[in-house]
Design a protein around this ligand. Structure first.
Ligand SMILES: Nc1ncnc2c1ncn2[C@@H]1O[C@H](COP(=O)(O)OP(=O)(O)OP(=O)(O)O)[C@@H](O)[C@H]1O
Ligand SMILES: [Mg+2]
Length: 439
């Protein structure tokens, strides 16, 4: 990038300088030509003066120009300057009758074969016929003057060099933080995510880049940490039923004759159920994590809730306040799973009653599950939605849960563009699910 920008800056400056040089040369040449013609005219005026005073010498003073000639009315040369002595007249054109002067550029003159000359002709009136005075000097070349050109080119070269080098230095300085950022990023690996890239002091795009990179690293670190926790929690939870099964079998094998095999079998079955539940949950989470979309059908929330409630073996009374016709687009099976989990939790924690409500509010279908149990402490409201979180109260009530239910439920809601959270209630826990309604 540094090389490219430097090249572009150098190129643009060179083109700009060339354009300025060309314009300057054209202007200079115009000025020099004007100056030249003025000089030639001055010489002719002096010659006219001499002619009028009858003081024409046989050799005219050339006064710094290439040549002067005085032509008699009959066309013969009366007098010429040094270099034109004995030569024919330099030109044959004459100023038109209406004027006294005419300028011309002659390139094929026999007197100056290799040069183009500016020739000024002036008619001088006299009673015996008009005299003509010709005066000539070389045309200013397109490059005007090699010394002036050299100066101009040196100046332009200096400007291009300074601009290019300046750009090289500036871009280098501007990009130094980017180098530092990429160096730091290159050292980061999955096992070493606590690095952060340096944030430059200037408030510019590079600072924003560094801040974005750091924010991304924050999220990555959190995700990796979560993944790590998840793996260790999952293996821990898988290990406990296995250990329990092993203990049962080992205990029974100690004394094969007297062992209570029926009890052992039941205990092992319990552990297998728990293993099965865990593996089901893990599979479900893997599927949700992979972002596999579910089916999208119109689902009537009241109908879904009624079906789920009817299907359960009830431990406590369930009161329904279901407003029909609240339709959302979603995956019926997954939504049923959310509801099952909320109802399981509510029944597990309720003292005597659970209330299920469905209604519409602010463009969202809302489903509430409220119980009259101990509730969830305010500072644990978010915590319970994390994977493998089980509060102490729940452990004492029921050893069977995996602590994955709410995490899965929230993930499903978010997959539907909705939210799931715990909101305030007079008593017990009030879980509220909101999903935008479908029109
Ligand atoms: N209605 C509730 N009242 C009080 N605490 C609750 C309620 N629902 C959930 N919790 C708390 O949140 C924790 C997490 O709930 P979650 O549903 O994720 O797991 P679980 O019910 O323990 O296990 P699983 O649902 O996987 O069988 C529970 O262990 C419990 O401590
Ligand atoms: Mg649960």
């Amino acid at each position: 990038m540094r090389g490219r920008l430097t090249f572009v800056a150098g190129l643009v400056m060179t083109l700009l300088c060339l354009a300025v040089l060309a314009t300057a040369l054209i202007g200079l040449r115009g000025l020099a030509n004007q100056y030249n013609v003025d000089r030639i005219v001055r010489v002719t005026l002096k010659t006219i003066h001499m002619l009028k005073n009858d003081q024409i010498p046989s050799v005219l003073p050339s006064q710094g120009i290439a040549g002067v000639q005085v032509i008699r009315p009959d066309g013969s040369v009366e007098s010429s300057s040094v270099l034109l002595q004995g030569k024919p007249r330099m030109a044959f054109f004459q100023p038109p009758d209406t004027t006294v002067r005419q300028d011309m550029v002659h390139c094929d003159s026999t007197l100056w074969p290799d040069q183009c000359m500016v020739i000024v002709a002036i008619r001088v009136y006299s009673p015996n016929g008009d005299y003509l005075i010709y005066a000539a000097d070389p045309v200013v070349p397109w490059y005007v003057d090699p010394r002036v050109d050299l100066l101009l080119f040196l100046g332009a070269g200096l400007i291009v060099a300074v601009t290019t080098f300046g750009t090289y230095l500036l871009v280098g300085r501007a990009l130094r933080p980017v180098d530092a950022i990429s160096e730091e990023l290159a050292t980061i690996t999955a096992s070493d995510l606590d690095h952060r890239v340096p944030v430059p002091r200037n408030h510019d795009e590079i600072r924003r880049l560094a801040e974005t990179a750091n924010a991304t690293l924050d999220r990555l670190e959190e995700a990796v940490e979560q993944q790590r926790r998840f793996a260790s929690d999952a293996s821990h939870d898988l290990r406990s039923p296995l250990t329990a099964m092993r203990a049962e079998v080992e205990g029974a094998l100690l004394d094969v004759e007297t062992a209570d095999w029926e009890h052992t079998g039941e205990a092992i079955l319990g552990s297998i159920d728990r293993l099965q539940a865990l593996v089901d949950d893990l599979l479900q989470i893997a599927r949700l994590d992979s972002g596999a979309p579910g089916r999208m059908d119109p689902v009537d929330l009241a109908h879904l809730a009624a079906t789920e409630i009817d299907r359960r073996r009830r431990r406590v009374r369930i009161i329904r306040e279901l407003q029909p016709g609240v339709i959302i687009m979603g995956d019926r099976l997954r939504l049923a799973r959310v509801l099952t989990n909320l109802l399981d939790n509510a029944e597990r924690h309720a003292n005597s009653v659970v209330v299920v409500k469905v209604y519409e509010e602010a463009g969202c279908g809302v489903l509430e599950v409220l119980d009259d149990g101990a509730g969830v402490p305010h500072d644990k409201r978010e915590h319970v939605f994390q994977r493998f979180t089980r509060l102490d109260a729940a452990r004492s009530r029921d050893a069977g849960g995996t602590g994955l239910g709410l995490a899965i439920a929230r993930q499903i809601c978010e997959g539907h563009g909705g939210t799931l959270g715990i909101e305030d209630s007079v008593k017990g826990a009030r879980f509220v699910l909101r999903i935008p309604v479908s029109r």
